[in-house]
Design a protein around this ligand. Structure first.
Ligand code: AMP
Ligand code: MG
Length: 410
C-alpha cells in the first residue's frame, strides 16, 4: 500500500461530499448558521439623509461666517424628533431643530450640534425655540449621514457559505430581512471501537482503559457546527459494529465518524460489515501522527474511520473530518488560519507531514514555539498543554532552531 499525501486524502474525501439540504429560519434562530443564499440589499442604507447629532438643520451657506462673537440668528421653523417625517422645508435664514437619526428636511444640507448654538439642551420635553443663535460655521454635509452612504440598493452584502455573526443579524434586520435560508446542520454519528474501552463512570478493570475519544470528538463535532448522534462504544465484533452502523442509518446521519481499529488487519470485522452494505478503503497517509485512515460509505452514508490513539484522533479530525463536516454544512472547507512561528529549538521529523503539539507565545512581536511534553500519539496531556499545532512539511527531516514554520493556533 503506497502512502497518500494529506492533501490527496482530503481531496478524495471531499470529492464524495456535497452540502446537505437547506431550511428557512427566522432571524432570531439563525445565529452561527450558514447562509445558503446570497443576500442583496433591497434598499439603500441609511434609508434617508439624516442627522448624526442633536442640533439644528441649516443651510450651510447661511452660517459660513457664524462665530461665537458674531452669531448667526436663524428662525426655527420645525422640530424633527427621531421617527418623525419633516413636512416643512428650510428656506434661507431658517433652521429646524433635529434629533440624531431624524430625517433631514428639504433645503437643509448640514447640522449644527446643539453645543455650537445658544440652545444647548437635548431633553426631549423641551419645546424648540423660535429662534436660534449659531456660533460656528458649517460645511455642506457636516453631521449628516446621506442616504445610501453605507449600502446601495442591490448590493450583495452577505454571501452563501457565511456563518452568520451577531453583526450580520443586525444588518439583516436593518434590511428588513426577517428570515433566511441556511444549510441544515449536518448530523454526525460517532462511535468508538475496541474491547478495551470502558465508559468514564464505571469501575476500572485490569487491562482496560476509558473511552476518551468519544468525549473529545463529540465536542469537536459540535464545535465544527454539526449535530451529534452519540452511538457509544462498539465491541470488536461483527454484531456490535453492525448494530451501531444500523443505528446511524436509523437516525438519518449525514456522516459516520469512528475512532480506532483502522490499522491494517485490525478492523477486519468493520471491513466485513461495511462491505456487506457499502465500501471501505484503508489508507496510509503520509502524516504524523495519524497515518492510518479509513474512508468509505455504509448504505450511502459517508464513513470516516479515524485512528484510535487520542492525539491521532484529534489531528485526524482537524485535518480530515472538520473539512468534511464543513463541506456537508455548506461552509468553506478550510478553517484554521495558518500563522508563521519561530521554532525555539531544533525539531527533528521523519519526513512525514507532521502536526506537532506546541506552546506558542509572543516575544517582541514574534510568535515563538516550543514543543510540549511527550509527542507520542497516545500522550493527550501534551495536547492539553499546547495552544498550537506546528506543521512540518512532508520531506523535511530537521528544522533548525530559529527557523519559521507554519502553525495552527488551537
Ligand atoms: P487501535 O487502532 O484499535 O489499535 O487503537 C489504537 C490505540 O488507541 C490503542 O492503544 C487503543 O487502546 C487506543 N484507543 C482506541 N480507541 C480509544 C478511545 N476511544 N479512547 C481512548 N483510547 C483509544
Ligand atoms: Mg482497537
Amino acid at each position: 500500500m503506497s502512502l497518500l499525501s494529506v492533501e490527496e486524502a482530503r481531496e478524495r474525501i471531499l470529492f464524495h461530499l456535497r452540502p446537505i439540504t437547506t431550511e428557512t429560519l427566522p432571524l432570531v434562530e439563525s445565529a452561527n448558521r450558514v447562509l445558503a443564499q446570497d443576500i442583496a440589499a433591497a434598499n439603500d442604507l441609511p434609508l434617508f439623509d439624516n442627522s448624526s447629532m442633536d442640533g439644528f438643520a441649516v443651510r450651510a451657506a447661511d452660517v459660513v461666517n457664524a462665530a461665537a462673537a458674531s452669531p448667526r440668528s436663524l428662525r426655527v421653523v420645525a422640530d424633527i424628533p427621531a421617527g418623525s417625517y419633516p413636512t416643512v422645508s428650510v428656506a434661507p435664514g431658517e433652521a429646524a431643530r433635529i434629533m440624531t437619526g431624524a430625517q433631514l428636511p428639504e433645503g437643509a444640507d448640514a447640522v449644527v450640534p446643539v453645543e455650537d448654538t445658544n440652545f444647548d439642551r437635548r431633553d426631549a420635553g423641551t419645546p424648540a425655540p423660535n429662534e436660534v443663535q449659531i456660533f460656528k460655521p458649517a460645511q455642506p454635509g457636516n453631521n449628516t449621514r446621506p442616504r445610501g452612504m453605507d449600502i446601495r440598493a442591490g448590493e450583495v452584502v452577505l454571501r452563501t457559505g457565511r456563518a452568520l455573526k451577531p453583526q450580520d443579524l443586525g444588518l439583516l434586520a436593518m434590511l428588513g430581512i426577517a428570515s433566511v435560508t441556511v444549510y441544515q446542520k449536518p448530523r454526525i454519528a460517532l462511535f468508538s471501537s475496541g474491547d478495551e474501552l470502558l465508559e468514564v463512570d464505571v469501575p476500572l478493570e485490569s487491562g482496560k482503559i476509558r473511552d476518551s475519544n468519544s468525549y473529545m470528538l463529540a465536542a469537536l463535532i459540535e464545535d465544527a457546527g454539526a449535530d451529534l448522534i452519540r452511538l457509544g462504544v462498539a465491541k470488536d465484533s461483527h454484531e456490535s459494529v453492525k448494530a451501531l452502523l444500523e443505528k446511524a442509518v436509523d437516525f438519518g446521519a449525514d456522516l459516520i465518524l469512528s475512532s480506532a481499529g483502522v490499522s491494517v488487519g485490525a478492523f477486519d470485522f468493520v471491513k466485513e460489515v461495511i462491505e456487506s452494505n457499502g465500501k471501505i478503503e484503508f489508507w496510509r497517509v503520509n502524516m504524523r501522527p495519524g497515518k492510518p485512515l479509513a474512508f468509505g460509505n455504509y448504505k450511502n452514508i459517508p464513513f470516516i474511520g479515524l485512528p484510535g490513539n487520542p492525539v491521532s484522533a484529534f489531528i485526524g479530525f482537524e485535518v480530515f473530518a472538520r473539512a468534511a463536516i464543513r463541506r456537508l454544512g455548506g461552509m468553506e472547507t478550510t478553517f484554521r488560519q495558518t500563522v508563521r512561528v519561530r521554532c525555539e529549538e531544533q525539531i527533528d521529523s521523519d519526513g512525514r507531514e507532521s502536526y506537532l503539539r506546541a506552546g506558542v507565545r509572543e516575544e517582541k512581536g514574534v510568535l515563538v514555539a516550543r514543543l510540549t511534553g511527550h509527542q507520542g500519539s497516545g500522550n493527550l496531556h501534551s495536547l492539553v498543554q499546547a495552544n498550537a499545532l506546528l506543521i512540518i512539511p512532508a520531506g523535511v527531516k530537521c528544522v533548525p532552531a530559529g527557523k519559521e514554520v507554519n502553525a495552527w493556533l488551537l
